[in-house]
Design a protein around this ligand. Structure first.
Ligand code: ADP
Ligand code: NI
Length: 204
């Protein structure tokens, strides 16, 4: 089986699993992460096919997304077997997936795992990251922002999103993160300006 055909099978598998997800883990999240991972792998001299495949599958088996992750994990095994990949390819893909999926927040052991984790984190920042945060906050019925209560979505920027830039592993991801980080800072500045409008100097 050709590489393009293998990737297309994986994409279809992911599309079927995630097409109706609205928790921020939809098919397009997987596609963005797969494309980012492939790009980073090419720049970092890692294996683009392994990174792209593991990225497509990085959220499959996540306990918070699947009531019975074991069923899906078995489906992945069957899928990888069907694709006539080499044993070594399957091992590497599994390693990278496990690095990201089951060791959330921890540093992956393999370079491929690091790349997929970087790609996943990049999709949580920038304009898309802002949109995902408010979408998540909405789904959890959280305030956009609150002056007395915590647990609002703006708080998530300080707790997680603005810290991502310094947690990335690869130089390529760090470069991509610069603009995305800057956009979040600008967004927050504008947000407070509008929140406090008219500011003292603009009050008639
Ligand atoms: P992943 O499973 O892709 O590693 P998460 O499940 O932690 O990531 O988050 C998925 C998306 O939801 C991300 O864009 C993240 O920023 C957002 N998110 C997670 N927790 C919160 C929160 N408390 N408030 C707002 N957004 C959140
Ligand atoms: Ni993800």
């Amino acid at each position: 089986m050709q590489t393009a055909e293998q990737l297309s099978e994986i994409e279809h598998f992911v599309y079927r699993l995630f097409s109706d997800d609205i928790t921020g883990h939809d098919y397009y999240h997987m596609r963005r992460v797969a494309r980012l991972a492939k790009y980073i792998a090419e720049k970092e001299d890692a294996n683009p096919f392994i990174c792209e495949t593991a990225a497509w599958l990085h959220d499959v088996g996540d306990e918070k997304l699947f009531s019975d992750p074991h069923v899906v994990i078995q489906e992945i095994r069957d899928l990888l077997d069907r694709l006539s990949l080499t044993k070594q390819q399957i091992e590497k893909i599994k390693q990278a997936m496990q690095d990201v999926s089951f060791r959330k927040g921890k540093t992956p052991v393999s370079l491929e795992g690091k790349i997929v984790q970087d790609a996943d984190r990049l999709d949580a920042i920038g304009a898309i990251g802002i949109a995902r945060a408010f979408s998540y906050g909405g789904a959890k019925e959280r305030h956009l922002y609150h002056e007395e209560l915590d647990n609002h979505t703006i708080q998530h920027f300080y707790e997680k999103l603005l810290r991502i830039r310094d947690k990335l592993h690869t130089a390529t991801a760090k470069t991509i993160a610069k603009e995305r980080h800057h956009i979040m800072q600008q967004f927050l500045e504008q947000f407070y300006q509008e929140w406090n409008f008219p500011s003292i100097e603009n009050r008639g």
